[in-house]
Design a protein around this ligand. Structure first.
Ligand SMILES: [Zn+2]
Ligand SMILES: [Zn+2]
Length: 363
């Protein structure tokens, strides 16, 4: 029992939004509501022209139509979606649930201790303060919750930015961008090396923010959670996060899109059209893209296609190529080959250690 509690604490500390999104019914339900609103808006005009009474006389066919809208055949029987499914079942699912949280937790713990050590060396040991309680504790907890979400999101942004800008890393990130159709399965279309680097980036952000916050206030303060998640992430996920990898265009509107990355903005990130290249790297907050000049806010719904721009897309629809091709293309130069070897060794060592640690806690 204690082991299970420890595992749950580990997962909630990590705030693994992807695992939760895929498995929790309330996030799926909230996305369906958003999708229904989009569906209703896109069909209401046609309905009113063709048959204004249709809504009252044919509820069943409306449900069928909505289902077809939500799961269009040309999308879900597409070769890209089939590859996504095969790929998801081969490694990323187990990695998303166990391996990544374990890595993030380990890195966060390291970053937390290192931050405390550096701050103590520079500014002296933490002076124990009087125990905080009541409204002050609530405020501090909310402050930590927001700073942890911001720090992890900034780490995600920097990692994503580098994946695009450094050619060697782009070879691995191409796996995600080679999807020709976007479905929630595409969330998992990440090369193991990218799963590995993103886990460390997020862990560093989380550990650093908690280290600074706890040092500043002299006592451990816990992140405010909702449904086991960082509260900020939780609210964001309810805003149709799972639809960012889908055909459903959900935009938060001109004003809000400058602060939060809407599903429509992430769909634009996947578009190979030159005007969309290297735009909208952000995870949740749009402020980082504004700072780096990479924010793209659509004025209206745009027709998008997905995939790589240089004709490489087809070879990435092969299951084995998703694993193998990035190694091949990234090691074309001598420095690339050395980096691939180092990263792969680190990946193997860290994954083994994190899995051993996880299983020793479970059993
Ligand atoms: Zn990208
Ligand atoms: Zn994506």
């Amino acid at each position: 029992m204690e082991n299970i509690n420890t595992l749950q604490a580990l997962l909630s500390t990590y705030v693994n939004q992807l695992t939760y999104v895929a498995t929790e019914w309330y996030f799926i339900a909230s996305s369906c509501i958003f999708a229904y609103l989009v569906y209703k808006n896109s069909t209401i005009t046609i309905d009113s022209i063709i048959n204004p009474d249709r809504a009252h006389i044919n509820v069943f066919s409306r449900i069928i139509n909505f289902f077809n809208f939500l799961f269009p055949k040309k999308y879900y029987f597409h070769r890209s979606t089939k590859t996504d499914l095969l790929y998801l079942l081969s490694f990323p699912l187990i990695a998303g649930i166990f391996f990544k949280p374990a890595l993030v937790f380990g890195t966060a713990a390291f970053a937390y201790s290192a931050t405390n050590m550096v701050l103590s060396t520079i500014f002296g040991d933490v002076i124990p303060s009087n125990p905080v309680s009541g409204s002050k504790l609530v405020l501090l907890s909310l402050g930590l919750t927001l700073s942890a979400a911001l720090a992890m999101d900034f780490a995600f942004f920097i990692h994503h930015y580098l994946m695009h800008k450094i050619k060697f890393l782009w070879e691995f990130h191409k796996v995600h961008h080679s999807a020709e159709t976007l479905t929630p399965l595409t969330d998992y279309r990440l090369h193991p090396i990218e799963l590995f680097t993103i886990a460390h980036a997020k862990g560093l952000g989380l550990g650093f923010s908690q280290g600074v916050f706890n040092y500043a206030f002299g006592e451990p303060i816990e992140v405010t959670t909702l449904l086991g998640l960082n509260a900020v992430y939780c609210i964001y996920i309810f805003l149709a996060y799972p639809l960012r990898h889908s055909h459903v265009w959900v935009s938060y509107g001109q004003r809000l899109n400058h602060y939060f990355i809407s599903p429509a903005q992430h769909q634009i990130h996947h578009s190979p059209a030159p005007k969309h290249w290297d735009k909208n790297f952000g995870g949740f907050f749009a402020i980082w893209d504004r700072m780096f000049g990479t924010l793209y806010v659509p004025k209206e719904k745009e027709d998008l296609t997905y995939g790589l721009s240089n004709g490489d897309t087809a070879q990435y629809q092969n299951f084995w190529n998703l694993y193998w091709l990035p190694f091949k293309t990234a090691s074309r130069t001598k420095s690339g080959l050395i980096t691939v070897i180092v990263l792969t060794l680190m990946f193997l060592i860290f994954s083994t250690l994190s899995m051993v640690r996880l299983f020793s806690m479970l059993f």
